[in-house]
Design a protein around this ligand. Structure first.
Ligand code: BGC
Length: 747
């Protein structure tokens, strides 16, 4: 580590000093002389470009990584930093009082709940401005692995259980960031769906599930977003590390999908650097002299050909000439954080999901006295942990946001939670532990106190929180399921408030799906803001008062029981009743994706298995009618439209999900699959909008492993317009001719 640090400093010191002195008249990198530069680079210089560093750059301290400079040829360093909910850099620097905070935007799962690609693009346009103005060249995001199982600790960084929703959201994310002239890194490619043993786990997936689910979202993001870079994952896929898989990185990514950027490793390279280089993993991150020597040796021994070496270096150079550092962009270190906070708040408002609203319990008037329960009401989960974290100046909590919205909080109760949190933080400090929400447990409240609070207040709001992040998966007891304390508290709140005819609202401030079936009857309303970023608490308050009409919908299924999910049989940290409370660590070295394509709603809908809340579900304070479905099929696919009318009495937006049910005769198919979606503009009561959808014939195809091809079967396709996967409001059908598309790689 020390050796690496010295190497890095030396390299940067000499790089930094002489870069500025690049002589006029000598050969320097330009966008149009890459081949010439390739000729001029020495072998050592070429290899140094393929091995990135970590941690320190001369101008942006503590970014996640950088590419190396070659001053004599005018090749600058470029800086790479996380992550999905906003730029992650150190907020303080030695020698200056200036701060370098970034905006904590809503996490990806909440953004996917918006089903609004324009919103996503607008939000990431603001996020990308911070990347640019803080001197960073590439944001290491979007993270976009599928929600195969709710326990994956990084699900909040990811979008959905569905590849189309995930792919469209990621593509929009990429476009928004890259409008700033900075890059993105679509990650973690691929099949990185769990954190347990994430560095070594072998994901064993059949070709069909791989193509239709785990690669499909990446395919959409690459083709429609055109990211500058892709990050290979740590894990293996069917026996090969993804960073060493030529099939994945070259045949599929570049030859099939047309990707023309650089591939970098996730942070930590595998031993066989020669294999990674040959496979088409251009940049080793973070690497050091060990990787440099391995590549040098590989070239000298002829294991890496000159063409392979030059191919990767050419990719690097093509990337470098696009970057702000290459353009000598004078970044300000002063992005408009105030304006971006407003963007973050708006994004959260448009994405929050209303799961339950019995007898129009919500909206409240905004003037009520509220007993606000739950430690997360003050210890709010804005973002998850790990590289998905953002150093924001402040994360608003619900106590402050609800007060700002006009509610009067039960001050004794609010003070109780503040003190409890202070004590927990103090204990963590005294014991020398990391200040970490993950270890904080919900305090109990005596029944007598709840009785008093129920009498004194108009309504109870109970905030349930969950935190997770990189490096660990969640567990079922006390995490996917409620803890005994939470359950008892909710029961007591429900009993005592309902006895007096007062409402109980639950706010789910969670980083992944949780169990709701056993307790949802205890609440009148349930609001799901996920981890909504630094301003998200304000957005929750605006939903509670009705200032904002909720329009988010679930990007995944909420099952009744954890074990109802097919992948739970194979998820490494399976909760097994026979194994005791800590669960059962199975499939750690490898994970069998035996459920194949039967992930999420594809399984639940097809097999008619009851769920707590279906995929695509979300309520509004108004109602919508779907009329006049029109579906036309042509040579290129389906064009569909539907008229959506606001039939209620509040302005609101509606997400319409277009599902397709395929004819019999081709491969076995799920009952229906999401093929397109659209969201109305805000519709006033009585107002209508026609939404249109395009589905290409290729989008209808399933993957036939035996034929190594995508195939669209001939026949009559049902086109279904849904308010959720389980609530189809209109249907039309059309005839499609058979078509197939062979692929170049099969596992
Ligand atoms: C994470 C990546 C992240 C990288 C750099 C890794 O541990 O898996 O998502 O971009 O670190 O911080």
């Amino acid at each position: 580590m020390k050796r690496l640090y010295l190497t890095v400093l030396l390299c940067l010191a000499c790089g930094g000093a002489s870069f500025a002195q690049t002589n006029a008249g000598t050969l320097v990198l330009r966008a149009d002389n890459i081949e010439e530069i390739l000729q001029a680079l020495t072998l050592e210089e070429k290899v140094s470009l393929l091995v990135g560093g970590a941690g320190m750059t001369p101008d942006v301290p503590n970014v996640a990584g950088y590419t190396r400079t070659i001053p004599r040829l005018g090749i600058p360093m470029t800086a790479l930093s996380d992550g999905p909910a906003g730029l992650r850099i150190d907020p303080k620097r030695e020698g200056t009082d200036q701060t370098f905070y970034c905006t904590g935007f809503p996490t990806s799962t909440l953004m996917a709940s918006s089903w609004d690609v324009d919103l996503m693009e607008a939000m990431t346009a603001a996020m990308g401005n911070e990347v640019l103005e803080y001197g960073v060249d590439v944001l290491l995001a979007p993270s976009m692995n599928l929600h195969r199982n709710p326990l994956c600790g990084r699900n909040f960084e990811y979008y959905s259980e569905d590849p189309l929703l995930s792919g469209k959201m990621a593509a929009a994310y990429v476009r928004g960031i890259q409008t700033n002239g900075v890059g993105t890194s679509v990650k973690h490619y691929a099949v990185n769906n769990q954190e347990i043993n994430r560095l070594e786990n072998d994901a064993r997936v059949g070709n069909r599930a791989l193509r239709e689910l785990y690669l499909k979202n990446f395919e959409i993001a690459i083709k429609e977003g055109k990211p500058w870079t892709v990050m290979s994952s740590y894990n293996k896929l069917n026996g090969d590390y993804t960073q060493q898989s030529e099939r994945l990185l070259t045949t599929v990514l570049r030859d099939e999908w047309g990707f023309d950027g650089i591939v970098m490793t996730d942070w930590g390279c595998k031993e066989n650097t020669v294999k990674s280089t040959k496979a088409g993993n251009d940049l080793m991150e973070w690497g050091n002299q060990i990787e440099i020597d391995r590549i040098l040796e590989g070239v000298k021994r002829g294991e890496i050909s000159q063409e392979e070496l030059d191919r990767n270096v050419r990719n690097l150079l093509k990337y470098i000439v696009k970057t702000p550092h290459f353009r000598h962009y004078k970044y300000s270190n002063k992005p408009d954080l105030k304006a971006h906070a407003a963007v973050a708040r708006k994004a959260a408002e448009e994405s929050i999901v209303l799961l339950k609203n019995d007898k129009d319990a919500l909206p409240l008037k905004g003037k009520e006295s509220v007993a606000l329960y739950g430690l997360p009401s003050v210890d709010f989960v804005g973002i998850g942990t790990g590289s998905g974290w953002v150093n924001t100046e402040h994360i608003a909590n619900l106590q402050e946001a609800m007060t700002a919205a006009g509610f009067t909080l039960d001050e004794d109760l609010a003070e109780y939670y503040r003190r409890y949190l202070d004590t927990q933080v103090m204990t963590e400090k005294m014991e020398g532990r990391r200040i970490d929400k993950r270890h904080r447990t919900e305090p109990t409240i005596a029944v007598r106190a709840i009785e008093r609070q129920a009498e004194a207040n108009d309504v109870a709001v109970f905030v349930l929180g969950r935190i997770a992040g990189e490096g660990a998966d969640r567990v079922v007891p006390d995490d996917f399921e409620l803890s005994a304390i939470e359950r008892e508290l909710l029961q007591n709140i429900s009993l005592n408030y309902h006895k007096l005819g007062k409402k109980v609202v639950v706010v789910l401030n969670v980083v992944g799906a949780i169990e709701t079936a056993s307790w949802k009857h205890l609440a009148d309303a349930i609001v799901l803001p996920w981890a909504p970023g630094q301003e998200g608490a304000y957005a929750v308050a605006d939903i509670l008062t009705g200032k904002v009409n909720p329009s988010g919908k679930l990007p995944m299924t909420f099952p009744v029981n954890y074990m109802d999910i097919p992948s739970s049989q194979h998820f490494p940290y399976t909760w097994d009743m026979t194994q005791g409370r800590r669960g059962n660590r199975k499939n750690v070295d490898f994970t069998d994706y035996d459920e194949g394509i039967w992930v999420g709603y594809r399984f639940f809908q097809t097999n008619d298995v009851a769920v707590s809340y279906p995929f695509g579900y979300g309520l509004s304070y108004t109602t919508f009618a779907y009329t006049k479905p029109v579906v036309k099929a042509g040579k290129d696919g389906i064009t569909a439209s539907i008229i959506v009318t606001n039939t209620g009495n509040r302005t609101g937006r509606e997400v319409v999900e277009l599902y397709v049910a395929a004819p019999q005769g081709g491969l076995e198919k799920p009952a229906r699959e999401l093929k397109a979606f659209a969201k109305t503009k805000p519709l006033a009561p009585g107002e209508s909008e026609t939404l249109t959808f395009q589905v290409s014939t290729y989008d209808l195809a399933s993957f036939n492993e035996a034929a190594a091809a995508w195939e669209t079967a001939a026949g009559t396709y049902q086109v279904q317009f849904g308010a959720s996967v389980a609530d189809i409001r209109a249907t039309a059908s059309c005839k499609i001719k058979a078509q197939s598309w062979p692929v170049k790689a099969i596992w």
